[in-house]
Design a binder for this molecule. Structure first.
Ligand code: FEO
Ligand code: CA
Ligand code: CA
Ligand code: CA
Length: 604
């Protein structure tokens, strides 16, 4: 082929080759450790993992399934220890036919035992546990005082504008202020005061029965519910609240952002309704120059929106408790992009503009309970399945990932909201893209609360060697370095942008981790750093402050039904039983750790 432009990246590691097999892969000169697998002990009294005997009691004491959001928080909080910290991890969902022997995709619902259903309910949610580096190895501190599991049975408060609303009241909770459990904990974020925000990304999987019996069908449809996704765990069989006919309001109590205090294992998690109700992916926090806290959120469905919440009050860095309910009051906004390189954050406030009582928005509870409907009326820009958001701490810029949208139409085709727009320029968009958002203000004082930002396309994903794909990366990007379907974004301590892709990726590579510079000569020149086992998703890279260690979550290894060309229906044909590779053991989602053998910083 033609000579490629010179490699101007600051990243000097030897890039991997594209690969798709039953193993995971990392660069030469690096080591990889499995830190925690589904079923591993998190407490001194955790029972040993035995999939044949697994029940709710055991699973509540073990690392959960399908870890997604992952964050290393140095301990003590506020200092920068790189060998002692808390791992804060979400467990998004479960895949029963890949967890338990003898089950198949076609018939597992009838065959699941009550103990298995209880195990599933305990294996999703959140894990918090202390980790320590001893020599070059990381280990879980089993007697860590902060170790905690949160799951589908954990008691939580509901706060903010929708708390106590009639539509959130149930037989078990006539006040509409207490709910058990969190569901579909996708990605998330960490507040300046060290709490975790977890995005509930669609609870439809969990509920049983006919959602067509629910009162507000317009809302049901706008939340994106469809029959196929109903009742994947059988929980409605053992908990009546998860059956629509028994409890028509229970579903309204999910699809929020939950705030969890990892530094207080007795603290009750709180669903913060002020941040809106939609298929929450993550919750990236930033602080405006005047101390107001800003949370950036993507609604991960085709043609959905980018949201932002700005707290009414500034946060208090000197009094952690003073920030406890900060996220209950503030302004939720939705993004509208213009072709002149600016974007507007449009406030979703009951009584303002088109959000009138006549339109169904008489108070702020009406707005947050139908966030998408309110955003529709404001003319927000429909995006290509927005997922990760990250603030770059050096430049102040924000990056946001649009995973892909096969249904995006060219200009002039179909409905207007489905057509290409300035921020989603390709129709169809099977490969996704990254946008760069620039708040006003200097790089050390960006105003994340400003009404208007500037924006640009950072990369258009796809294979640069196939011109029809319309990819746009740095011209020196190698045959291994380009990617598609961006999902989670992170910035390492050296300022590089890490991208975890979101399967199914193109043929020839399994889900992977790429890294690139965002400024200078190597801007937008990604390199392939890590490849996960077939059928899995790589999630949420997180770093020690010294930049020497990256932790990565590996979700659903072997779940080939998400790949284009295969169709796993049971453990037997899952394609891998990573990471144990032991007869009779299923593939296990796991948290991996990568670092250089010579213990120098990542990337060089
Ligand atoms: Fe859970 Fe949007 O990925
Ligand atoms: Ca995601
Ligand atoms: Ca993903
Ligand atoms: Ca995803």
């Amino acid at each position: 082929g033609e000579a490629r432009a010179a490699d101007t990246s600051t990243l000097k590691f030897t890039e991997l080759k594209r690969v798709r097999d039953r193993e995971d892969h990392w660069p030469e000169g690096y080591g990889r450790q499995i830190l925690a697998r589904w079923g591993d002990a998190l407490f001194t009294d955790s029972p040993a993992f035995d999939v044949a005997k697994l029940d709710g009691k055991a699973a509540e004491r073990q690392f959960g399934y399908n870890n997604d959001f992952t964050y290393y928080m140095p301990l003590p909080f506020g200092l920068d220890s790189s060998d002692h910290g808390l791992m804060i991890v979400s467990h998004e969902y479960a895949t029963p036919f890949l967890m338990f022997p003898g089950l198949k995709d076609e018939d597992y619902r009838e065959k699941l035992t009550d103990d298995q259903i209880r195990a599933i309910m305990a294996a999703v949610g959140i894990s918090v546990f202390e980790v320590r580096k001893a020599g070059n190895k990381w280990e879980i501190v089993l007697d860590g005082k902060l170790n905690r599991r949160i799951h589908m049975g954990t008691e939580m408060a509901i706060s903010g504008p929708a708390a106590g609303d009639d539509r959130l009241k149930t037989k078990a909770d006539p006040a509409g202020r207490t709910v058990f459990g969190t569901i579909s904990n996708c990605n998330g974020g960490i507040t300046p005061w060290g709490t975790m925000l977890s995005g509930e990304e669609g609870s439809m999987d969990v509920f049983a029965g006919d959602f067509k019996t629910l009162a507000n069908q317009e809302l049901v449809e706008r939340q994106g519910w469809d029959e196929e996704d109903n009742d994947i765990y059988g929980v409605g069989r053992i908990e009546p609240r998860f059956r629509f006919e028994e409890e028509p309001n229970e579903w309204m109590r999910f699809d929020w952002v939950v705030e969890i205090d990892p530094l207080d294992p007795t603290a009750k998690p709180v669903k913060r309704t002020a941040l809106g109700r939609f298929t929450h992916e993550g919750a990236q926090c930033a602080v405006a120059p005047d101390g107001h806290v800003v949370v950036f959120m993507g609604d991960d469905d085709d043609f959905e929106y980018l949201y932002r919440f700005v707290s009414r009050d500034p946060w208090n860095p000197n009094d952690r408790a003073a920030n406890r309910d900060l996220l209950d009051n503030g302004t939720l906004s939705v993004a509208k992009f213009s072709s002149d390189g600016t974007m507007q954050w449009l406030p979703l406030v009951a009584g303002e503009g088109p959000l009138t009582a006549e339109a169904g928005f008489g108070n702020q509870a009406d707005v947050v309970l139908n966030t998408r409907g309110a955003a529709d009326l404001l003319g927000a820009t429909p995006m290509d399945a927005p997922e990760g958001f990250i603030v770059h701490p050096r430049t102040g810029k924000l990056y946001v990932a649009m995973t892909e949208n096969e249904d995006r139409l060219a200009a002039g085709e179909g409905e207007e909201r489905e057509q290409v727009n300035p921020a989603n320029p390709r129709g169809p968009n099977p490969h996704g893209h990254l946008l760069e958002l620039m708040p006003p203000g200097s790089p050390d004082k960006p105003d994340y609360a400003a009404a208007s930002f500037k924006w640009d396309v950072f990369v258009l994903c796809g294979n640069p060697a196939v011109p029809e794909e319309g990819a746009m990366f740095h011209p020196a990007t190698s045959d291994n370095g380009w990617f598609t379907d961006p999902d989670n974004l992170s910035v390492d301590p050296a300022g590089r942008l890490w991208v975890a892709t979101d399967g199914p990726p193109p043929a020839g590579i399994a889900d992977a981790l790429f890294v690139m510079d965002t400024e200078g000569e190597g801007r937008a020149l990604p390199k392939l750093f890590y490849v996960a086992p077939v059928g899995s998703e790589c999630c949420s890279p997180t770093f020690t402050p010294d930049g020497k260690t990256v932790f990565v979550s590996i979700q659903h290894p072997g779940e080939l039904r998400f790949e284009d060309d295969e169709d796993a229906t049971s453990i037997a044909d899952a394609g891998t039983n990573w990471p144990d590779f032991k007869e009779g053991l299923p593939a296990r989602p796991a948290l991996v750790v990568l670092s250089r053998d010579d213990q120098q910083a990542l990337g060089s």
